[in-house]
Ligand binder design. Structure first.
Ligand code: 6PG
Length: 254
């Protein structure tokens, strides 16, 4: 199944304007979700690109723009390390705004990276089921994704088995040293989100952006397989990451 919605391509002059635009979209999505069902469920990625976005939530005007009592935070993926380690995606978000704002732990659904990966994936799936329901595929109101130069997204790597998972919600990803093992949401979950935002910055991402959103072969990259079945997907990229795009496939913003 493919999305009826073509990806929206939005190009920004730099990471700062991109981050502010992403924050505005998160605020809008949260308001819609809260007015429809009283809560907002978002899954966040690690990596360097969303750092500036996450920092925005700890300060005005974004801190006040959200009703933090209604927001449930999940993670797209996690490295299998304790939550106080520098590589932890939980720590990235916790340091940026969860701790500074005192977001209650009952609204924070982290992957237990300190556990063995298979067990951590199983526990995470249980948490997802407890929140979203025992059957069906969870529908996140919003998912923030990044993509690597190799076209991976979340911890779904080209050539890896996790990108082929069709039934589980969360799976372990065993990587060769020196990389740490990971736990990731699977494509069925990513593709049932109401809204997906890819955030990409920098010239090193330009070739993969060209391949996935322009004239290339998106399906050979896990990031190119993210096409929500009934939700929307937007690629929010900075000028450098957009530098190899050809044709009028994008609209400038910011
Ligand atoms: C992670 C991710 C991963 C990330 C990309 C892009 O935890 O590393 O979730 O999929 O989004 O690797 O990372 P950058 O933003 O650092 O380029």
């Amino acid at each position: 199944m493919t999305s009826p919605h073509r990806p929206q391509i939005l190009v920004f002059p730099d990471l700062e304007t991109l981050s502010r635009a992403a924050a505005d979209r998160i605020v809008a999505a949260a308001r819609n979700a809260v007015s429809a069902k009283g809560r907002f469920a978002v899954a966040l990625s690690g990596g360097s690109t969303p750092r500036m976005l996450y920092a925005l939530f700890a300060a005005p005007p974004y801190r006040e723009a959200l009703d933090w009592r209604t927001i449930h935070i999940f993670w797209v993926d996690e490295r299998c390390v304790p939550p106080d380690r520098g590589e932890s995606n939980f720590k990235l978000v916790d340091d940026a705004f969860l701790s500074p704002l005192g977001v209650p732990k009952t609204q924070v659904h982290r992957v237990k990276g300190e556990m063995e990966p298979e067990k951590a994936a199983g526990e995470y799936e249980k948490d997802l089921r407890a929140f979203f329901g025992r059957t069906g595929i969870p529908v996140f109101d919003l998912i923030i994704l990044g993509a690597g130069e190799d076209g991976h997204t979340a911890s779904l790597f080209p050539g890896g088995t996790a990108a082929h998972e069709r039934t589980r919600l969360s799976v372990p990803v065993y990587l060769h040293s020196p990389n740490v093992n990971r736990v990731t949401l699977t494509l069925p979950v990513l593709n049932h989100a109401a809204e997906v935002l890819f955030l990409l910055s920098g010239r090193s991402k330009a070739p993969v952006v060209h391949e996935i959103v322009d004239e290339g072969n998106p399906k050979q990259y896990p990031a190119g397989l993210v096409r929500p079945v009934s939700g929307t997907v937007a690629w929010m990229i900075d000028h450098d990451a957009a530098s190899l795009l050809t044709g009028q496939v994008f609209r400038r913003a910011g």
